[in-house]
Design a protein around this ligand. Structure first.
Ligand code: AMP
Ligand code: MN
Ligand code: MN
Ligand code: MN
Length: 297
């Protein structure tokens, strides 16, 4: 195994590949372990694990990505090695998706007022009526791209959907401590995703979050990420050492929905060392002993 990728999205949230396709891409790219970490849903996990059984050369790690809010900023927690059938987790995810449904309706109304009507039967929202689908702004971006000729999804975000724009609607998000608790209840470990993502003053922010949430059960941080250069990785690894956190890494692959990011290699220079898996699994074994969910991940 020469590389791993512990952060990817399927079409069960805002990626464009099926869970099976993700495993096939991993096999073709020589990615030895891949985690499926859809936003607010575990609907893709059974198919993902099934595909993993057909590709024993790829280790499949069940995961999820939870958005949280702290100090008026979004902070994303990836859960790895989760048991997707844990009732505490499934109830939490249902609550998150219900919040999304309310917000999506508000976004639709705003777009209507702004002269960009979209309807739920647009192909971009395929599956939106299913309870397990995690529909969000990227689906709106795709619908608007097709219907109104925006050149890229990014251009729709910049014109309408990102914070500060006319069709932006904030989500009601939980505290990171709650997300950590839910991930632990599901037998998983909590990884702070892209700790220096689209933010300034990264060092002070990253230190503040790790200092606060490490005693509250944060297990790891993403030190390897598509948008990181050597400096970001060095910063995150240094702080991980300081706060006794394990290190994870992944591409945040979304398929055609972020065309510049490849599975396993990100924007080209990403290489998540396979050795990281051992440290993450060791954390997981320790956590599971504490929540009475024994067994190796
Ligand atoms: P949502 O969960 O509905 O708020 O959508 C968040 C997702 O939209 C993220 O996971 C990204 O995939 C994408 N996204 C968020 N902000 C931006 C942005 N400024 N530009 C492009 N994509 C974005
Ligand atoms: Mn996304
Ligand atoms: Mn994220
Ligand atoms: Mn992600």
């Amino acid at each position: 195994m020469n590389r791993i990728d512990l952060h990817t999205h399927s079409c069960c949230s805002d990626g464009s590949c099926t869970p099976t396709e993700l495993v096939e891409l991993a096999a073709a790219a020589g990615v030895g372990a891949i985690a499926l970490t859809d936003h607010d849903t575990v609907a893709g996990i059974p198919e993902f694990l099934e595909a993993g059984r057909r590709h024993p050369e790829v280790e499949t790690v069940p995961g999820v990505e939870l958005s949280t809010m702290f100090s008026n900023r979004e902070l994303h927690m990836v859960g790895l090695f989760i048991d997707p059938e844990t009732p505490v987790l499934t109830a939490f995810l249902e609550e998150m998706r219900e919040g999304r449904r309310r917000r999506n309706e508000q976004i639709r109304l705003k777009l209507n007022t702004l002269g960009f009507p979209v309807t739920w039967d647009d192909p971009a929202f395929a599956g939106a009526s299913s309870d397990s689908a995690s529909i969000g702004r990227p689906h709106f971006a795709r619908a608007l791209m097709h219907k109104y000729g925006f050149p890229t999804m990014q251009s729709v975000f910049d014109r309408l959907l990102k914070r500060g724009c006319a069709a932006y609607v904030p989500r009601e998000l939980p505290d990171p401590a709650r997300a950590i608790e839910v991930i632990h209840a599901a037998g998983g470990i909590a990884v702070w995703a892209h700790p220096v993502y689209r933010e300034r003053n990264e060092r002070a922010w990253a230190k503040r979050i790790m200092r606060r949430f490490s005693p509250l059960g944060l297990d790891a941080v993403e030190g390897y990420y598509s948008m990181f250069g050597p400096q970001e990785t060095a910063l995150v690894l240094e702080l991980a050492g300081l706060y006794h956190l394990a290190v994870s890494g992944g591409s945040d692959f979304h398929g055609a929905n972020s065309p510049n990011i490849q599975l396993g290699s990100g924007a080209g220079g990403l290489l998540v060392p396979p050795e990281l898996l051992n440290g993450l699994k060791a954390r997981c074994v320790a956590r599971r002993a504490a929540v009475d969910k024994p067994g190796l991940p």
